[in-house]
Write a protein that binds this ligand. Structure first.
Ligand code: SAM
Length: 533
């Protein structure tokens, strides 16, 4: 039965065909036929027949090498006799339809290019790593989406996995009948560690030996888990590290903060258990001690655990406490650093945290625990200060900095929900930043940046770029309003760019995005980042 356009939503059954030694006929010799022939050649169909008056150099070379037969003439009825598979791959739609008609009469599965009703199967987009092949289908509904998926997979699927497949296959053979006794999870653990590194460095024999040894040991040893303390970055899934993605893909269980972007959690397998340990709006949720006990327990069960934390686990993330708890309990663990909001938020708002001639140091501090700081020392440093968890106590923070000697007109900025579609930032002199943030109803999560480089946001923030380019093109000259190099170190950015709703005292408790009870509505952003769309 031919598929009609209104049946587009009905999925195709995914399968890989064994064409070894089978007769396959391709009608056509141009670029489309060439792409089919290229995909067919490694499968070694015999004979592979190309019917076309003219052929591309690639097909000609394959014919000359004896890999296919070229019938140098137009298609004729009867050409598909005995075929296991047929392709109508000319640029003549009517001719392709004729090929499809003969194929169907003979019961031969056929693909007529770009003609869904005349296809019994579709050729998927492919991502290859040696014999590891990922096939992508959109059911013929969107080549653009298939391409997008392929490009994404090309980025995330490690180049070395073709070799890792060779190692896994060799180990499987070496294990013989013992492989039936090996737990699937033992394979996953063994393939992900040193074995993968050896395979990536080209030491395939050593990788195979190690893999066999580890799998044999797994038969006798109690299953040992691994807890990965993984940084999820500041919010934008594009800022996840490849290490984070790989740990998520291999995880049996993901223990995550509240409101971690679903696009990030989606990297974990559908079968992976997801445990939300974030704080709830009322301040509820498991205690830190309970989270640590949970991680120890899951590790002892021999599970592959990802503890997913916002930003970097060791920057105000309590990752250190969790690592110590795991170390004390003797549970194997690792740390996968992430992009901290302390760096990403200023960057996303166009603020370099260091800049030759303006700021030679960076201090990252908590805004929660004012007593923890030596304020005169912070003030004396003169470089850039970045405060996390800064919103609730913003007024107190700035007062202490001013009292300790930071200049009242020193540039300062607040960046809220950095790198997410909700990003907002505003700049003001230090003595006005708390009032400006209150007026704009800035809420957690946000960072406070204090220092001369905060003034550069005006020039560097993505929106500022657009404005500068627009202005320059109107004036017919490629110039900026004020070159960044000319910025006086004490110059303030423009508080009037803050246009948020005036809701005095509307700051929420500081927390990570995962812990944040409410969010600011970005009615009118002071400065939106690249993701402010
Ligand atoms: C508990 S700390 C965790 C920091 C995290 N470990 C890191 O390295 O980014 C939470 C604070 O990080 C900051 N933060 C986290 N994500 C942020 C974001 N997307 N935009 C602005 N600030 C953020 C806020 O100051 C928030 O209160």
């Amino acid at each position: 039965m031919a598929r009609t356009p209104d049946q587009h939503g009905v999925p195709y059954f995914p399968a890989f065909l064994d064409l070894l030694g089978k007769r396959v006929v391709v009608v056509g010799g141009g670029s489309v036929a060439t792409s089919k022939v290229r995909a067919l050649l490694p499968c070694q169909p015999r004979p592979l027949i190309v019917v076309a008056p003219a052929i591309s150099p690639i097909i000609a070379a394959a014919a000359q090498a004896g890999h296919l037969e070229w019938w140098p003439r137009p298609y004729q009825a009867g050409d598909l006799a005995g075929a296991a598979l047929a392709f109508g791959a000319t640029d003549d739609r009517a001719l392709n339809a004729q090929v499809a008609a003969e194929a169907r009469q003979r019961g031969v599965p056929v693909l007529a290019v770009d003609d869904v009703p005349n296809c019994d199967f579709i050729a998927p987009a492919l991502v290859r790593r040696g014999d590891l092949v990922v096939a992508i289908s959109t059911g013929g509904r969107s080549p653009a989406m298939a391409r997008r998926a392929r490009e994404h997979l090309e980025r995330v699927l490690p180049a070395s996995w073709g070799d890792l497949l060779e190692v896994a296959a060799a180990a499987r053979q070496a294990l013989g009948s013992a492989r039936a006794l090996i737990e699937p999870a033992a394979w996953q653990t063994a393939l992900g560690g040193q074995v993968e590194q050896l395979a990536a460095s080209g030491a395939l024999e050593a990788a195979t030996e190690l893999l066999v040894r580890q799998l044999q040991q797994s038969l006798f040893a109690p299953r040992s888990g691994l807890v990965s303390l993984v940084g999820a970055g500041p919010g934008d899934p594009d800022l996840l590290t490849l290490g984070a993605v790989r740990r998520l893909q291999a995880a049996d269980v993901v223990v995550h903060d509240r409101l971690v972007d679903p696009a990030i959690l989606a990297y974990a397998a559908q079968t992976a258990e997801r445990i939300d340990v974030g704080k709830t709006p009322g301040g509820g949720g498991p205690s830190q001690a309970a989270i640590e006990a949970l991680l120890v327990d899951l590790g002892r069960q021999g599970r592959r655990v990802v503890r997913l934390k916002g930003g970097d686990p060791f920057v105000f993330g309590r990752g250190g406490e969790e690592a110590l708890a795991l170390a004390r309990a003797g549970v194997p663990f690792e740390v996968v650093p992430g992009v901290s909001a302390a760096l990403a938020a200023p960057a996303a708002a166009g603020i370099p945290v260091t800049q030759r001639g303006l700021s030679a140091s960076l201090t990252i501090a908590t805004g929660h625990d004012a007593e923890a700081h030596d304020w005169p020392a912070l003030a004396r440093g003169g470089g850039t200060l970045v405060f996390l968890m800064a919103v609730g106590g913003l007024a107190g923070l700035t007062e202490r900095l001013l009292a300790a000697g930071r200049p009242a007109d020193e540039p300062a900025a607040v960046v809220e929900w950095a790198t997410t579609p909700r990003q907002r930032s505003l700049c003001a002199p230090l003595d006005q930043i708390a009032a400006a943030a209150r007026q704009a109803a800035i809420q957690a999560p946000a960072v406070l940046v204090v220092g001369p480089t905060a003034a550069l946001a005006e020039h560097i923030a993505p929106q500022a770029h657009v404005a500068a380019v627009d202005a320059a093109s109107h004036q017919g000259a490629p110039q900026r309003s004020r070159p960044p190099g000319e910025f006086p170190s004490s110059a303030a950015c423009h508080p009037e760019r803050s246009e948020g709703p005036a809701t005095p005292g509307a700051t929420a408790a500081d927390a990570h995005p995962g812990d944040t009870p409410t969010a600011t509505t970005p009615t009118a952003a002071a400065t939106r980042g690249a993701h402010g769309g």
